[in-house]
Design a protein around this ligand. Structure first.
Ligand code: GLN
Length: 497
């Protein structure tokens, strides 16, 4: 019986709780059990049994006395980059392996205030740098779809790999993630989930460990578009504690989900039609365009001429910001300290032991980029091109309402087949980084399976603060795609052999 409770999506579970068909305590127990049962995926770093049970009991009372809040009693989990008061938060870095935050991030606080039950903390790439969850100090985590095709080491994508794996394996109703260059959308696509990166400034970054502050944005990974709307509703909004948070009213995302998209103009950027694009991805991209046309949308080709510069710009801006953000982890101000004979040696040993290879690479790149001789040549140039990328979108949105692209160039790959060349790995973000550079909202929706049986996702990008339109069009795609129901697909119950 307990596993049957996993069949409800977030919105269905809310209904079932409201109508007293199920109780928060039994729902939480089912999820705690499932989180334990999928230990071999390594999605969870920590499962918070006791505190989860305590909030579930509190929710039980709230339902009983009629004071249930928006997400009362719904079990979710957080990427380990969100500071959780009194609960170890590491960003999956050795340097923070002993860090217990004295405060809570705004996003996790808002979800707590909405009544969610927090199940635990989830694996990720170290400091969110990666595309396959292979850079975590706590070892890689895996994609439950791998079980379906007999590949134990299928990667879940990154950097929010633990979030995607846990939701796909039905070990959380939803999870938080962060997206600096694609880290919500890409793992969502690889795991058959919906992932939304809101407009920069829509959700507060307070209490989230910074990677590249001008690009980072938190958001949810969920089973359905409606679930994504429900979570976003509760995490969006102005935060006086965060300087780039924007004071703009939050619309009701649920009320417009099923609005007609008749007459909406959808742009297909011709620059995204890359020669290396997987045939199956391309076919599904075309199919999605047809679905939207059947719903009355007008699909047309557009041009985003500076697309080719997006990755180079991203890999200048993001390491530059990261090198500055990560300077605080020196064993003196923050981080696990390794003593040395001199102060310089203390810094060197602390950072050499505390950071993994990829993080060190980014810090070195970023420090070089910001050094006196390179600053003008690289950093300033990159900022100028970033502006041009933004203007491409601005111009496109004069004529169209939404942009449709694939979320990734292929389906998930196995750990053994993952690129060993970092530059090759960086290409993974080719379709997603542009939205971060331009600060725009993007969503990945699962649209189908490859012939091998692995999920593929399509991405929609909208003008700033148009999350409602984004979710609305995504809902139409979801309705048309008929993507397998994750409970029925049975991923949660499979074991790798
Ligand atoms: N994969 C990209 C990177 O490694 C994006 C990561 C992210 O969005 N956090 O930087």
């Amino acid at each position: 019986m307990s596993k049957e409770l996993l069949k409800f999506t977030l919105s269905e579970a809310k209904e079932a709780l409201k109508t007293k068909q199920i109780s928060p305590v039994e729902l939480t127990e089912a999820y705690l059990k499932q989180a334990e049962d999928i230990r071999d995926l390594n999605s969870y770093l920590e499962i918070c049994h006791e505190s989860a049970r305590e909030s579930a009991r509190k929710s039980e009372k709230k339902y009983a006395n009629g004071t249930a809040r928006a997400l009362e009693g719904l079990p979710i989990a957080h990427k380990d980059i969100f500071c959780t008061k009194g609960i170890r938060t590491t960003s999956c870095s050795r340097i923070l392996s002993n860090f217990v935050p004295p405060y809570e991030s705004t996003v996790s606080q808002k979800l707590k205030d909405a009544g969610t039950v927090m199940l635990g903390k989830l694996n990720m790439d170290e400091f969110a740098m990666g595309s396959a969850n292979l850079t975590s100090y706590y070892k890689p985590c895996y994609n439950p779809w791998g079980y379906k095709i007999g590949e134990k080491h299928l990667i879940p994508g990154g950097s929010s790999g633990g979030s995607a794996g846990a939701v796909a394996a039905l070990a959380a109703l939803a999870a938080t993630g962060t997206d600096t260059g694609g880290s919500i959308r890409q793992p969502a696509a690889f795991c058959g989930l919906v992932g939304i990166k809101p407009t920069y400034g829509r959700c507060s970054r307070f209490g989230i460990m910074a990677f590249a502050s001008s690009l980072d944005q938190p958001g949810p990974l969920t089973r359905t578009v409606k679930d994504a709307a429900m979570i976003l509703q509760n995490i969006a909004g102005y935060d006086p504690k965060e300087s780039t948070s924007i004071d703009k009213p939050v619309p009701n995302y649920l009320s417009t989900l099923n609005d007609s998209i008749k007459g909406k103009r959808v742009g297909i950027p011709k620059e995204y039609n890359l020669p290396g694009l997987d045939k199956e991805v391309n076919a599904l991209w075309k199919k999605t365009q047809k679905w939207l046309e059947e719903e009355g949308a007008i699909v047309e080709e557009i041009s985003l001429p500076h697309t080719a510069y997006a990755l180079p710009v991203y890999y200048i801006v993001s390491p530059a910001e990261a090198s500055s953000n990560l300077a605080r982890y020196d064993g003196v101000r923050y981080g696990r300290r390794v003593e040395g004979k001199t102060l310089d040696e203390l810094y060197e040993l602390t950072r050499e032991e505390g950071f993994g290879e990829e993080v060190q690479r980014r810090i070195l790149m970023g420090t070089h980029i910001l050094s006196a001789g390179s600053y003008d040549e690289y950093y300033i140039q990159a900022l100028k091109v970033r502006r041009m990328i933004y203007q491409d979108f601005e111009k496109a949105f004069e004529k169209i309402d939404m942009i449709l692209t694939p979320s990734t160039t292929s389906a998930a790959f196995t750990q053994e087949k993952a690129p060993t060349d970092p530059l090759q790995m960086y290409l993974n973000d080719i379709y997603t980084v542009t939205a971060n550079l331009a600060g725009l909202p993007g969503i990945s929706v699962p649209v189908g399976l490859t012939s091998q049986g692995l999920p593929l996702g399509m991405q929609l990008v909208a003008p700033a603060f148009e999350e409602s339109s984004l979710l609305n069009m995504a809902q139409h795609i979801e309705n048309k795609a008929g993507f397998p129901n994750l409970y029925e697909a049975g991923l949660w119950n499979l074991r790798a052999n």
